[in-house]
Design a protein around this ligand. Structure first.
Ligand SMILES: [Zn+2]
Length: 196
């Protein structure tokens, strides 16, 4: 199966990805982030874990050849190709609280968090079960001395993709991110397809 799907700007979706299949996430216009979540399809209490993935890789920036682990230390996905080479696994999905606290919005958008919660609800996944996402194409610069974080425009160019191969049957949540600062100041779509 291979069919290109589009996530419109500031929205999200969820779908099943079976063991052995590959998910390809593409930034069609450039400088657009996609938050990616993964849950074990057989037990959604098992969920992607930035803490474990960064711990076992002993680095902050994951790319081709790096596995993404669950909270139970099982490999959920392997990154098998990566045109961009810069993604974030530190920051939580943007949310209405993100926009209230960081941007001072009085009537904030529900953000990736709200979009993920709505898309994952039919799979029995509740808001409090949503962890830090693997933030595809997000460019977070870290000052190695002070630990200060700075969110810069993504380094992804139009057409850049990342491919992730499933190591178990998964429910995937995926967004076109809603935070201006993370996306170079404008909201674009994200494309995805399943191969295999
Ligand atoms: Zn977002």
């Amino acid at each position: 199966m291979s069919r290109r799907n589009e996530i419109p700007p500031r929205s999200g979706t969820a779908f099943r990805l079976n063991e052995g299949q590959t998910l390809i996430v593409t930034d069609p216009k450039g400088e657009q982030v996609a938050d990616l979540l993964a849950f074990n399809a057989g037990d959604v209490r098992e969920v992607i874990s930035g803490g474990r993935s960064l711990d076992y890789a002993s680095k902050l920036f994951l790319t081709t050849g790096d596995p993404l682990y669950s909270n139970r230390s099982n490999i959920m996905l392997d990154i098998i190709s990566d045109d961009c080479g810069r993604h974030d696994f530190l920051l939580t999905p943007c949310s209405k609280d993100t926009f209230r606290i960081i941007y001072g919005d009085e009537d904030p958008h529900r953000g990736c968090f709200g979009n993920l919660a709505a898309a994952l609800e039919p799979y029995g996944i509740e808001e409090d079960m949503i962890p830090t996402a693997f933030n595809v194409f997000m460019n977070v610069q870290v000052n190695g001395d002070t630990g200060e974080l700075r969110v810069d425009p993504p380094l992804s160019k139009a057409g850049d993709s990342i491919a992730l191969k499933a190591r178990m049957d998964l429910i995937i949540g995926l967004t076109a991110c809603s935070a201006l600062q993370s996306n170079g100041g404008s909201f674009k779509p994200i494309e995805w397809e399943i191969v295999g």
